[in-house]
Design a protein around this ligand. Sequence first.
Ligand code: DUC
Ligand code: ZN
Ligand code: ZN
Length: 476
Amino acid sequence: MFDLVIRGGMLSTASEVFAADLGIVGGRIAQIGSGLGAGAREIDAEGKYVLPGGIDSHVHFAQPSGEGIDMADDFESGTRSALFGGNTTVLPFCLPEEGQSLREALKAYHAKAQGQCYTDVSFHLIVTDPSEAVLGQDLPALVADGYTSFKVFMTYEGLRLNDGQILATLDTARRTGALVMVHCENEDAIRYLIGRHEAEGDVAPRAHASTRPVAVEREATHRALSLAEVAEVPIVIVHVSNGEAMEEIGRARARGQKVIGETCPQYLMLTARDLEGMDWEGAKFVCSPPPRDEAAQAACWRGIETGVFDLFSSDHCPFRYADERGKLNPRGRTSFRHIPNGIPGVETRLPILFSEGVMKGRIDLPRFVALTSTNHARTYGLYPQKGTLAIGADADIAIWDPAHRRTIAHADLHDGSDYSPYEGLAVTGWPTTVILGGRVMVEDGALLGQKGAGQYRSRSIPGMAGPTPFRQETTG
Ligand code: DUC
Ligand code: ZN
Ligand code: ZN
């Protein structure tokens, strides 16, 4: 007797699509096959797709965002929104506040997440202070405790690391097996351009895009990849926005480097023209790197189709628009430079890729599953417990209705922001039922699950940071 049987659906993993029933016992997948025995509960999935729950490995919740600014989502609203968008696991970043150690920051994040989550969560560590003690002691101990990925920034005063600091952090990754994610934009070049634009009185939101052009991202991408080559480690290039940065990834791979590429919905669906809205409306689309042009969108689609990108993440980083503590804060009204960086998207990530990618024939269902779930689990040390439909894996499942049509409207979403950058976009296909560890959390669009059902998950050493070509050469 199963606790739950999902009957008659079309299942997909990252490698194949097949008709089967799926039986769940004790929160895990117990059997996959035809004509399974009875379950205490049964779900009829005839005409539906049964997919591994989405894993969004790039989100920001409850992150300190500077004087006078509040992030729009805490762990409750952020994971609720993620859940309704077909996700069962999210990986937010842990950002230490000024003077706080990573261990103290993690304690604060765990306290914020404890009992609040609708999905499982795990944390990436943002490294802002790569001192000898942090690199030699704190980070190795944290990796051993299951915090196995770091993010470093090449931009933002107070966050950016110089090349020596990045190399030192990469070296800690080499020694511990952790994986480093890099935000690639050249801070000095951005500062130069900001100075030029402000001197000319060009302070509206659209200047955010002009002061962070492709060259700024391409150069930093090339440098990050070169530093990873020197340190002999794999690397994740996050939120890639254009074809020139993609070419850098291609060249590094051709040299034999292990590079994981990530892109996000904003680089497929938005352009810099969205930042031109009247009366500061463009602030709704301020994120970094900025959305670019149609050619860059087409390049990113090609990267989705051909494998330049392994990961499709939301980079959900939400601020309210009509709010003095959000996009329209008083300083932000004086210059684009003070508009908080980031846009919401954790709930719309999967429906956008399903509709624009799968339904429009750009990618098949296994590629969708790989880009949105399996590769995230593999990259960040959650596989095979998560990210696939296999016996013994967590029963984290999204049941998709491919016939469901809707027009994206923020009023129907569940995050703490007050707008969606994709308002008015018509999509086909939606995750109507979402199951976390065998528990039905969302059914036919209604919330059944309890806050607190989502748990913290510690992670193993990321698979891709294991035996890479580099390691094989250097060790043996
Ligand atoms: N980088 C991110 O990864 N998210 C939001 C803002 C940023 O610069
Ligand atoms: Zn970033
Ligand atoms: Zn981000």
